[in-house]
Design a binder for this molecule. Structure first.
Ligand code: NDP
Length: 327
């Protein structure tokens, strides 16, 4: 059966191009489960896949680091035709054909069955970004952070990871400080559950070795000086998570917050996250994310609009989550 997909190619110059093509199922590659993809989405990693040599590792390849849809065929008894499933990370859009297609074939170990409350569209409104937000919240909980401990600051607040982190934290009863560069999105951030908004420029300065204690915890998507400031201003025994680098991959920070305030820096990786934690995260998303608030984050596009949206995301101009109707 033929299907439509975006296919990325690399020229001898190294330049990556992408266009919509009609493909036959035989090109899908290895896997014991074939999925009729319904929705995919745009994450920062998807946006940089067309300009970075670090994401797509073989060409031609279907990009898209995640997808949600319905199982069509399975040789693994854990999955049956009709099961609603989600896949994020693993080799998708790196070494294995990804989600920007009407069909996907993957290893069954890459799939999670969706909780009943979450539609395939909502699963991709959450996507890798929202899954990472939940992993970050789990890390704060693992570090003993409760709403009573104090505020939680979220950076890159109007972006995908940030928006969903705010909604989850607010539903769990945390007081959230949203750090954003978009003053025009203040109402959006407040509606998601932010109690206070911080201009991201305030955190983009050199961090003091040890600053005044301002928050109990932080979820950082920016890196560099911003992450250094989050750490320097974290209260005693606080926890800061790091998942992103939209502001840079360096970390100019003193060891003082770690050895004088017992601050924990928790790394977050969604790509190779073990399956039991994936299942826990999706269960928690079903119970701890207000799906009405999730709708306010969504912009819907088709496969033909992906490249333009990716370009705007690289410029930091996208708000919330962009879902892709692959059909
Ligand atoms: P988005 O593009 O949706 O959001 C990023 C947000 O960061 C922007 O909306 C903007 O928010 C802010 N921002 C943009 N540029 C800058 C800048 N130069 N300095 C400071 N802030 C900036 O991306 P995602 O939410 O999808 O991803 C965020 C980060 O998390 C990325 O680096 C991504 O690679 C990473 N990530 C990592 C994962 C992992 O497994 N470790 C998984 C998922 C994402 P505002 O204007 O509100 O400040």
């Amino acid at each position: 059966m033929s299907f439509h997909a975006i296919v990325a190619q690399r020229a001898d110059s190294g330049a990556i191009s992408a266009s919509i093509e009609t493909l036959e199922e035989a090109v899908l590659g290895d896997g014991d489960v074939t999925v009729a993809v319904e929705w995919s989405n745009l994450n920062f990693k998807d946006a940089i896949a067309y300009v970075s040599p670090l994401i797509i590792q073989k060409f031609p390849l279907i990009p898209g680091i995640d997808f949600a849809g319905t199982v069509e065929q399975s040789t693994d008894p854990r999955f049956a035709p009709g099961d609603r499933v989600v896949a994020t990370g693993w080799g998708l859009s790196q070494t294995h054909n990804g989600g920007y297609a009407q069909r996907a074939r993957v290893k069954s170990d890459w799939l999670v069955k969706l909780p009943e409350q979450i539609s395939t569209r909502d699963a991709m409104a959450i996507g890798t970004a929202g899954f990472t937000s939940m992993l970050s919240v789990l890390a704060l909980e693992h570090g003993g952070i409760t709403p009573a401990r104090g505020d939680v600051v979220v950076t890159g607040a109007s972006g995908g990871v940030g928006s969903i982190a705010i909604a989850i934290l607010a539903k769990l009863g945390y007081r959230v400080i949203a750090s954003s560069g978009k003053t025009e999105e203040n109402a959006y951030l407040s509606a998601l559950g932010a109690s206070e908004i911080l201009d991201r420029a305030e955190l983009a300065v050199d961090a003091p070795p040890l600053g005044a204690e301002r928050w109990a915890a932080g979820i950082d998507t920016v890196g560099s000086k911003t992450l250094a400031n989050l750490i320097a201003h974290t209260k005693y025994r606080g926890v800061v998570t790091t998942c992103g680098f939209v502001g840079g991959m360096d970390l100019p920070v003193s060891v003082r917050p770690f050895i004088l305030r017992n601050v924990t820096l928790a790394g977050i990786d969604s790509v190779n996250c073990p399956q039991p934690i994936r299942e826990e995260a999706w269960r928690r998303l079903a119970s701890d994310l207000d799906l009405t608030k999730l709708q306010s984050t969504i912009t819907e596009i088709g496969l033909g609009e992906v490249l333009e949206a990716a370009s705007r995301m690289r410029e930091g101009k996208i708000r919330g989550r962009t879902v892709i109707d692959v059909n």
